[in-house]
Each structure stands twice: as C-alpha cells, then as structure tokens.
Design a binder for this molecule. Structure first.
Ligand SMILES: [Zn+2]
Length: 353
C-alpha cells in the first residue's frame, strides 16, 4: 500500500500538546478566528453505550483476520492522562515546533513546565483497556500492530507488540543536531540538579497541578530555568515526540501503513480522528475495502467511513469481547490505574509563565 500524498504531513499531534501546552502562546491575529486545538466537538453526543448486538457484529468482523489497531487519547484517560476532545476537555494552545526551536525563552518555558508535568506523567500506568488489548492481541484477536497517537508508552508496558508510536515517545529525548536519542528520566534528573529552586518545590507543584480544579500549576520565572545541551554535540535537545507544526517521521508512517496493509480490518479506539495523522488510516482502510470498527465516546471524523460504529468505555467493550472469546483473556484482579470514573484532569503541565 502506498502512502497517500498527505502521508508525510502528520498534522498537529493533538495528543502530544497537552503535556506541553503554553498558556503564553503568541496571541493570534485579531482578525483570524481561532479554532481551538482542544475541547469537546460541537454538537457532540457523548455517553452513548452500544448494545450487545453491535458489539457482536464488530467482533465478528474483527475475527476475520489480523487487526490493525489505532489508538488515541481516549485510551489513556483511565490512566489519569487528560483527554483533549472528550466531554471534559479544555481548549488550550500547545507549543509548536517553530516556537520550541525558534527561541531559547520558549525552550526554557517548555522545559520548566514539562519538568513539573513529567513528575505526574512518569507515574501513569497501563489501565485495564491497555491490558485487555495486549491479551487479546497475544491470544484470540491477533493484531498486525498497535498504532498509537499517544506518546505515553503505555501500550508497550501493557505487553502489546509491535507498537508503532506515530507521534513518538515522551520518555525519550532526541538531539536536533546529531539525532542521538537518550532517556528522559536521565534528563529530568539532570534538570532538577540544574534548577534546585524548582526541584525543591517539584512535588508541591505537581500535586497542585493534579488537585487544582483547573489543573493549573504555577511555575514562576520560567525564563530563568536552565536546561542542558546535547552532551555529544552541544545541539538542542527535544522530547522525541511530534510537536504541532512538525511532521511524523516518514519511516514511522510507512510502518503504520504496512501494518494496516497486513490486516483484514482496522479497529480505532479512543480517537476523535480530528487530525489527518489518524484519519488517513481510516480512509486508506475504507479505500482498500477493509472493515473499519470505530469505538469512541463522542463523534469522530471517521464516522461516515465506519463499518461498525461503537459507543462506550474502551475497557468495557474489550472486556465484553475478552469474556466472549475465552476466560483466559480477561485480566483478573483490580484494574490498574485510577478508578475509571475519575474526572479527567487537565494537564498538570498547563502552567503560567
Ligand atoms: Zn547532539
């Protein structure tokens, strides 16, 4: 399968921006109406639940052969990571690639907030949905790949294999000059050492961010935040994720299309398919005559192309399929992660400069 003309343009990586949004983004020109990158979609119908017949119809379709799975932010809300188009999502402006690479001040602001956010983000654990998907894939519902728009790495930790991280991974860092990859945890420790004042308040800041109703944390004087250059070449370090205004890596996109081509059907979980980055796979599957099952709370841009459109919680639907396919599939014991009914939090990294 060839990559469509738009294949190299990832479009905005909405799942990414929530962890490094910038409240101080340049104001848009007054004459231009701003389309929020986040927030519930207009006229959205949230909270519907599909009946057993619909779940069965979808399962019949998925059992015909290997499934390519595409996941979005809705997959990780039960792990405590905020959604961006769910019913509680709050509009925000992410830092763009151009801003990040364009000024030292933007990078200070980004890394200061991101250091607070990482404290919470780094603690997120796979939820029941991740675990069920991995067990189904290893057992009765073979998957060509899990293609994810999320940058949290939770599919891999739950045991899914292979996972294609369409928008990269937040736990890795890449040098913009020499391309060397390194660990975010190591950089995090280094930044704490370089910024003892922030380090002394990090838990307090992270907890404020997690508990405040609006999820905002205050990080003062981000302009004095210090961050290190690449230890190998002195270049600029950037999280190994696709920012708004940046394209996904062609080889990653190619791998995702190959996984789709190797599948009989496409299963979309927890993505509103708002950005072309995800929607193009639905379009390609539809063009190729593959079955398309979309499960999301609220409308998606792929709805007109779905063979079966499902509504409900991801872990509930996967749990139903797992029970249907065999007792060995459903994870026993309590679900991992926060209780499913928690109110999705806003980004703990959404802070004011
Ligand atoms: Zn370098």
């Amino acid at each position: 399968m060839s990559i469509p003309a738009d294949g190299h343009r990832a479009g905005p990586a909405a799942d990414v921006g929530r962890w490094f949004s910038t409240a101080a983004a340049p104001a848009p020109a007054r004459s231009l109406p701003r389309t929020p990158a986040w927030g519930p979609m207009d006229g959205a119908e949230y909270g519907r639940i599909s009946g057993p017949d619909e779940l069965e119809a979808a399962l019949d379709l998925l059992r015909e052969g290997p499934v390519a799975v595409l996941t979005g932010a809705g997959m990780s809300t039960a792990s405590g990571l905020p959604d961006y188009r769910g019913r509680h999502a709050v509009p925000r402006s992410p830092m763009t690639f151009q801003e990040f690479t364009g000024s030292d001040l933007s990078r200070r602001r980004y890394w200061a907030r991101s250091t607070v956010g990482w404290t919470q983000f780094g603690r997120a654990r796979p939820n029941r949905g991740h675990l069920l998907l991995a067990r189904l894939g290893a057992g009765p519902l073979p998957q060509s790949a899990v293609i994810t728009q999320n940058v949290d790495g939770l599919h891999g930790r739950a045991g899914s294999d292979p996972v294609i991280d369409l928008h990269g991974r937040l736990d890795r860092v890449r040098c913009l000059s020499c391309g060397a990859r390194s660990s975010r945890s190591a950089l995090h420790s280094r930044m704490l050492a370089m910024n003892p004042e922030l380090a002394a308040r990090i838990e307090e800041l992270a907890s404020d961010a997690a508990q405040a109703p609006d999820g905002d944390a205050e990080v003062d004087r981000t302009s004095s935040f210090r961050y290190p250059p690449c230890p190998l070449c002195g270049g600029i370090l950037k999280p190994d994720v696709v920012f708004f205004g940046e394209a996904a890596r062609p080889e990653t996109v190619q791998a995702a299309f190959a996984a789709l081509a190797a599948a009989r059907s496409l299963l979309v979980l927890g993505s509103s398919l708002t950005v072309q980055s995800g929607l193009r796979f639905v379009r390609a599957a539809h063009r190729a005559g593959q079955g398309v099952v979309i499960l999301n709370d609220g409308p998606t841009r792929g709805d007109p192309l779905a063979t079966v459109r499902l509504h409900g919680r991801i872990e509930d639907v996967l749990g139903t399929w797992a029970e249907r396919l065999g007792p060995d599939v459903a994870p026993s014991g309590p679900a991992v992660g926060p209780t499913p009914d928690h109110h999705p939090r806003r980004s703990t990294e959404e802070t004011r400069a």
